[in-house]
Ligand binder design. Structure first.
Ligand code: PRX
Length: 657
């Protein structure tokens, strides 16, 4: 097949790509793995857990006597940082590179397992010196630099709980998350390099804590990355470099109960308030290490692995900060954006470090694809042998391009379905076993039980779209929503009794492969990032111009979905507001300030009415029709059926941004 032939055949859903005999022969996961897991699911998970080092071995695999509150390996004790670091040094692999760091300006560092262990021990001693105790929450707001991983590992090492907040979130979002978790320490940096310039982070921390707004926070540890000037609160702010330099590198990792909390990660739900998803230690590391090794076919002594996710997302937790380190992998981390200094940057990194496993998101693949094959073809990508995809469905065209242009026409693609809540990959091919079908996430991994159900809980047959559910507990499952056990039960476990409802639509095809059909709730997926319609609506109505707002996710060629907002302005503000274009700019800036640039609406449409049912519920389905430029669907349940004519007429008149 010629390299560009992906453009031609459009309906590739039924094409099959079997692994080569050579790949299969050397693959980590062999076909028997499915039978082993089927024959004794819990025994299978116990075997996976026993690949880790336990300070105190567990005797019971799962306690599910009080669903939906699971306990895995709960009489065992483990230290996650010991498993990711000390263990490899003690096994004689201290000289192996753990991190190949590539800074955006072109600076780089190679950090071995021995060096990383040393650094994490120093950081752990600094945290202890600041009074951080097991169970205390530590907020981390950092660029993608090695210190971010050191910080996470050090917090985990001493049994504290990290809450990483993505650097693209605003001071306001940071504030809410610090407050909700009652963090006692914030670890941040002066800034990081993005898009060719130093981008500040510390000012957002200062704003979030300003005037004692977060009284729980006692100290702020600041990594100097860019050297830009930053405000400094004496007695509160501490320089990371100075503190680590004078700290001891002697720290013995202690075992914590397998169910000891490891981290909170906030994600968007269907309400305006983000959910603090709670993960614990032993089960999380078990499934993260198992999936990282088997799904990516990791051969730790020869592979160079690169996951492009930021540590601010679950992918950056499970497949940057923990999974690869637990497996003793050598991994690349890159600080900046793919287009800096030009769109060849990623491929130059692959070439430079000989990356053999690349894990990224469809939105990135589509952006590269739009620019054509010429740019990647200028680089030697022959080291690549496995490609991964995550975050949203990958359309078959992008799949083919990824395989042909980046994967040399032969690399298997593992399309991995999972969520912040699931903690680790749940549905995915295994690259040495599965015959791949472009666009499908294929089948549940060994050890995972899933079903597709209709609204009434009936199991659906092939080609019948329904709701994706997980029918048995799994080790890396969320253990709750921070501070809100009722919301945990209600959101995930109330639709079907003791069955996890993922919020995604899905179907099996005639061969039994799973196709993900998108969210069935009011959660959007923009560039593989989760955003809540309600959260953006509440940001919009917090602006004095806005009386009412409705947000929808409209299809977007590059980002999967894009945020489109419909707003009704307050009557008494109409004069101040200016033209629709002015209003649009002001409100988009406002959302950026309230939540962060990722939530910035692509389009704001000023309207005089919103479509509502008789009970007052906004019918987003109709707004999505308008945003996606389709004929408007059934309007009979609207309280006022003429509303859609008014909106459509206004939009046709060109009021979009
Ligand atoms: O809708 C699914 C989609 O992303 C959601 C989870 O988002 P988040 O918690 O931010 O985690 C993203 C990274 C794991 C899911 O409910 N999603 C994730 N992976 C896929 C996917 N949709 C289709 N195919 C995937 N491979």
């Amino acid at each position: 097949m010629s390299a560009d032939s992906w453009i031609e055949p459009l309906h590739q859903e039924n094409r099959h790509f079997a692994p080569t005999a050579e790949f299969s022969k050397n693959a980590i996961a062999q076909p028997a793995i499915y039978e082993q897991a089927k024959a004794d699911r819990l025994g299978f998970w116990a075997d996976q857990a026993n690949q880790l080092h336990w300070h105190k071995p567990f005797t019971q695999t799962l306690d599910w006597t009080n669903p939906p509150f699971a306990r895995w390996f709960h009489d065992g004790e483990i230290n996650i940082s010991y498993n990711c670091l000390d263990r490899h040094v003690e096994a004689g692999n201290g000289d192996r590179v753990a991190l190949f760091f590539e800074g955006e300006p072109g600076d780089n560092r190679e950090i071995t397992y021995a060096e990383l262990t040393d650094e994490v021990k120093r950081a752990a001693n600094v945290l202890i010196g600041l009074g951080v105790k097991p169970g205390d929450r530590v907020a981390i707001y950092m660029p993608m630099i090695p210190e971010a991983i050191v910080a996470m590992q050090a917090v985990a090492r001493i049994g504290a709980v990290h809450s990483v907040i993505f650097g693209g979130f605003s001071a306001e979002s940071l504030h809410t998350r610090i407050e909700d978790a009652q963090a006692t320490l914030v670890i941040t940096a002066d800034g990081g390099y993005r898009k060719g310039r130093a981008s500040a982070l510390k000012p957002a921390v200062d704003m979030a804590l300003d005037g004692g707004k977060c009284p729980s926070v006692k100290n702020v540890l600041v990594v100097k990355r860019t050297g830009q000037e930053v405000g400094w609160v004496e007695g509160r702010d501490i320089d990371w470099g100075t503190a680590l330099a004078s700290a001891s590198n002697d720290h013995a990792a202690q075992g914590f109960n397998a169910e000891h909390p490891l981290f909170i990660l906030y994600t968007s739900g269907t309400t305006g308030k983000p959910k603090g998803i709670l993960h614990t230690t032993g089960g999380y590391l078990t499934q993260v290490a198992y999936t990282h090794k088997n799904v990516f076919d990791l051969h730790a002594d020869t592979d160079v692995y690169w996951c492009t996710a930021d540590i601010g997302w679950i992918t950056g937790h499970s497949y940057v900060a923990y999974g690869p380190l637990a497996n003793g992998a050598s991994q690349v981390i890159y600080e900046g954006t793919p287009e800096t200094p030009d769109w060849g940057r990623w491929w130059s990194i692959v070439q430079k470090y000989g990356v053999s496993i690349l894990y990224t998101a469809p939105t990135a693949i589509r952006s590269f694809m739009k620019l054509g094959s010429q740019i990647p073809k200028e680089y030697d990508l022959s080291s690549i042998r496995v490609l991964g995809s995550v975050g949203e469905p990958i359309n078959p065209e992008a799949w083919m391009w990824y395989r042909n242009i980046i994967g040399g026409g032969h690399a298997p693609i593992v399309d991995t379905w999972w969520q912040t809540e699931t903690g680790a990959i749940m549905i995915s091919p295994l690259p040495g076993i599965t015959t791949l079908k472009p666009g499908s996430a294929q089948i549940a991994l060994p050890g995972i039980e899933m079903k597709i159900l209709d609204d009434g809980g009936n199991v659906l047959g092939r080609e019948e779209p329904g709701l994706l559910t997980i029918t048995e507990p799994w080790p890396s499952m969320l253990r709750g929503i921070w501070g809100d056990p009722d919301r945990y039960k209600e959101t995930y476990w109330s639709k079907f009794k003791n069955i996890y409802f993922a919020g995604d639509g899905a179907k099996f095809d005639e061969e039994g492969n799973v196709w993900l059909l998108g969210r069935v709730d009011d959660v959007m997926n923009v560039s593989g990032h989760r955003l809540s319609t309600a959260e953006i609506e509440s940001a919009l109505v917090s602006h004095p111009y806005v009386a009412e707002a409705a947000v929808v996710g409209a299809k977007d060629e590059t980002t999967g979905q894009a945020v489109v907002a419909f707003v009704i302005l307050r009557r008494n503000q109409l004069e101040n507001a200016g033209s629709d274009a002015d209003v649009s700019k002001i409100l988009r800036d406002h959302v950026t300030k309230e939540i962060g640039p990722i939530a910035r609406p692509r389009t704001i449409m000023v309207v005089s009415e919103l479509p509502k049912t008789r009970s007052g519920k906004i019918m987003r389905r109709l707004l999505r029709d308008v945003a996606e430029d389709r004929p408007v669907g059934d309007v009979t349940t609207l309280a006022d059926t003429s509303v859609m004519d008014i909106i459509s007429g206004k939009i046709a008149g060109g009021a979009s941004d």
